[in-house]
Design a protein around this ligand. Structure first.
Ligand code: SF4
Length: 376
C-alpha cells in the first residue's frame, strides 16, 4: 500500500494531549534528561542509534566526563574518541560525532545550533537527529521519525506500514508533522512519543493495557498491533574469514590500523589477513614471512555478517613481516580504539589483557534507527 493510501492518525491533537499528560510520570530517569543541552542531546542521540539504552547510559556519562564540551571533543585525538566509544559498536558514529564537534567549533563558536536546518548541516546529523535536538532541547515544532515513532503512529492509525519502506517513511513524517503541529509542547510530545514506543508500544507484545492511547488506537481495536509495521526484510548474511596474527613480545603486541572504510574502519587490530574462504598455515606463512600456528578460533556476529576468526602465533623467535604495524604495550591497549572482537582475539590468544567492561557486554536489543539512511 502506498503512503497516500494509508489511513491518517485521527485527532493528532488528542493523541498529543494524552501523551503529554502521560509522560511526566512515565519518563525513565536517563542521564541525558538530567543535563539538557544541545551537546548532551547530540552525544546521546548518536550513541542511541543502533545501541540499547542500558549500554549507552554508562558510556554517555564517561564520555561526557572526558569530553564535556564540543570544544573538548573537537580538540581530542581520534584514537581517544574511538577508545571512549568502546563497547558501543558502529564506530562510524564516533568519527561523525568528532567531525560534528569540529564543525560546531568552526561554524558556531562551540555552541551546538538550535535550528534543525543548521543541525542538519553537521556531519552525521540526519533529519531525525536534527529534529530530535531542535524539538526536545529547544521546543521547536519539528517532527521526528525513528523506528519507535513509525510503529506507534502506524498502530494508532491502523496503517499497515512496512519498516524501511520509502512510502511508509514518507507517511510517518507526514503524520509526525501533524502530531507535533498539534502539540502544546513539541519537546514533551515528541519525547513522549518515542518513550511510548520504547517502553509500552514495543515491537512484540505491546502493553496496550497500560497505554494512554489505548482508547483511540485502531490497531488495538482491530487486533492487528502485532502485525504493524511489517518487519524489514532481513539482509542476506555472509561469512568472512579473518586470520589474526598475535605477535606478543617485550610487553607489547603488534597492531595495525584498519582501512578508512568498511567494518571497524580506522580501529586497531593485530595484523589480519581477510578472505572469503579459510586460509591454511602455508599461505599465512607466506603472507607474514614466518611459520605460524593456529591456537584458537571463534565466530563474531555482526549485523550483516559472521566473521570467522582464527588466531595465529608466529613461531618462537620469528619476526613476522607486517609493514606499518606498531608494537603497543598491553597496558596502553585500552587507550586505542579496539573492536570488541579484537579484545576477544587477544583473550583467545592468552594475552594477559583486561577487556574494558563496556566492550565485554553482549550487544542486544538495539534501539531502532532513524527512518531513512542508516546512521552508522
Ligand atoms: S494501544 Fe497498544 S498498539 Fe496501540 S499505541 Fe498503545 S501500546 Fe501501541
Amino acid at each position: 500500500m502506498g503512503g497516500s493510501e494509508l489511513p491518517q492518525v485521527t485527532d493528532p491533537a488528542g493523541v498529543a494531549r494524552r501523551l503529554e499528560a502521560w509522560f511526566p510520570s512515565a519518563a525513565r530517569d536517563l542521564p541525558w534528561r538530567r543535563q539538557r543541552s544541545g551537546y548532551a542531546a547530540l552525544v546521546s542521540e548518536l550513541m542511541l542509534q543502533q545501541t540499547q539504552v542500558s549500554r549507552v547510559i554508562a558510556a554517555f556519562e564517561a564520555f561526557m566526563a572526558r569530553f564535556p564540551t564540543p570544544a573538548a571533543l573537537a580538540a581530542a585525538d581520534e584514537d581517544a574518541v574511538l577508545a571512549a566509544w568502546q563497547g558501543l559498536g558502529y564506530y562510524r558514529r564516533a568519527r561523525l560525532l568528532h567531525a560534528a564537534a569540529k564543525a560546531v567549533v568552526e561554524r558556531h563558536g562551540g555552541q551546538v545550533p538550535a535550528a534543525a536546518a543548521q543541525l542538519g548541516e553537521l556531519p552525521g546529523i540526519g533529519r531525525y537527529t536534527a529534529g530530535a535536538i531542535a524539538s526536545i532541547v529547544h521546543d521547536a515544532r519539528e517532527p521526528i521519525v525513528d523506528g519507535n515513532v513509525l510503529r506507534v503512529l502506524s498502530r494508532v492509525a491502523g496503517a499497515p506500514t512496512a519498516a524501511g519502506e520509502r512510502a511508509s517513511d514518507a507517511w510517518a513524517w507526514e503524520q509526525a508533522a501533524r502530531f507535533v503541529g498539534a502539540a502544546r509542547s513539541p519537546a514533551v510530545a515528541n519525547e513522549a512519543l518515542m518513550e511510548l514506543g520504547a517502553t509500552v508500544c514495543t515491537p512484540a507484545a505491546p502493553a496496550c493495557g497500560r497505554c494512554p492511547l489505548a482508547s483511540s488506537c485502531a490497531a488495538r481495536a482491530a487486533g492487528t498491533a502485532d502485525a504493524i509495521p511489517s518487519p524489514r526484510k532481513a539482509a542476506a548474511r555472509r561469512t568472512v574469514h579473518w586470520h589474526a596474527l598475535v605477535d606478543h613480545r617485550d610487553g607489547g603486541v603488534l597492531l595495525d590500523r584498519r582501512p578508512d572504510r568498511g567494518l571497524w574502519a580506522r580501529l586497531w587490530q593485530p595484523p589480519t589477513v581477510e578472505s572469503d574462504v579459510p586460509v591454511d598455515a602455508a599461505v599465512l606463512a607466506l603472507a607474514w614471512g614466518v611459520p605460524v600456528t593456529c591456537t584458537a578460533s571463534f565466530v563474531h556476529v555482526t549485523s550483516h555478517r559472521d566473521v570467522a576468526f582464527t588466531v595465529w602465533h608466529p613461531a618462537p623467535g620469528a619476526r613476522p613481516s607486517a609493514p606499518g604495524a606498531v608494537r603497543v604495550p598491553l597496558d596502553e591497549l585500552a587507550g586505542r580504539g579496539l573492536a570488541n572482537a579484537t579484545w576477544r582475539v587477544f583473550e583467545s590468544a592468552g594475552l594477559p589483557v583486561r577487556t574494558p567492561p563496556s566492550a565485554a557486554a553482549p550487544r542486544r536489543g538495539r534501539r531502532p534507527g532513524p527512518a531513512g539512511p542508516a546512521g552508522s
